[in-house]
Design a protein around this ligand. Structure first.
Ligand code: C5P
Length: 205
């Protein structure tokens, strides 16, 4: 069974994907981390993620980079969003994601285009959303806990610009698959959102 979990930044899709993987006993791939690694690696190589060739050079990252905490920063998220616009970058990461999805027992993948491009054949597709206000508040609390000095307004502006870039790009834009179950987590705790996702997937089996 393949479970595809898509949605914008800070919608709760990562938490939901991990809960689904634990519940159904499936391996999980956070595909955003791959794009983050590309963006960060491109910059480390002296490149600019807005440039297609320089972003593509970032695709040859060492897998050890995936465990680097820096990948989880807002900076890395922004670099990922810029690098992910290029068709050649998306093509370079495609096989790796399809191979993960194609494991014999199935898998859970979360990202932006899992249900639409990577695994359109997935048995269960979830599209997780939340209001910009709810997502900004979550991100704000996470960053304050890490001791980062940001304002709620800065975070909301950053989320809005990343949403716009991810939804308006020409290749694999962020959008729900036609057959996706829509889950709005704005007013749900993480536990309630995970329970709703598990129930929705179980109903499709
Ligand atoms: O989900 P996460 O915030 O880690 O993703 C970082 C960026 O990587 C997103 O803003 C998006 O531009 C890109 N991404 C993508 N396709 C995916 C996963 C992430 O384009 N499947």
């Amino acid at each position: 069974m393949i479970i595809a979990v898509d949605g914008p930044t800070a919608s709760g899709k990562g938490t939901i994907a991990r809960a689904l993987a634990a519940h159904f006993g499936l391996p999980h791939l956070d595909t955003g981390l791959l794009y983050r690694a590309v963006g960060v690696n491109a910059v480390r190589l002296g490149g600019d993620p807005d440039d297609a060739d320089e972003a593509l050079a970032g695709c040859a990252f060492d897998d050890a980079l995936l465990a680097d905490e820096h990948l989880r920063s807002e900076t890395a998220g922004g670099l990922a969003s810029r690098a992910s616009r290029h068709p050649l970058v998306r093509a370079a990461l495609l096989e790796r994601q399809r191979a993960f999805a194609g494991q014999p027992g199935g898998a859970v993948l979360d990202g932006r285009d899992i249900g639409t491009v990577i695994a359109p054949e997935a048995e269960a597709k979830l599209y997780v959303t939340a209001s910009v206000g709810a997502r900004a508040a979550r991100r704000f609390n996470e960053m304050r806990l890490r001791g980062e000095n940001v304002t709620l307004e800065e975070i909301a502006a950053d989320l809005a610009s990343r949403d716009a870039r991810d939804s308006q790009r020409a290749v694999a834009p962020l959008r729900p698959a036609d057959d996706a179950f829509l889950l709005d987590t704005s007013d749900l705790t993480a536990g309630a959102a995970a329970a709703a996702a598990i129930a929705a997937v179980a109903a499709r089996l």
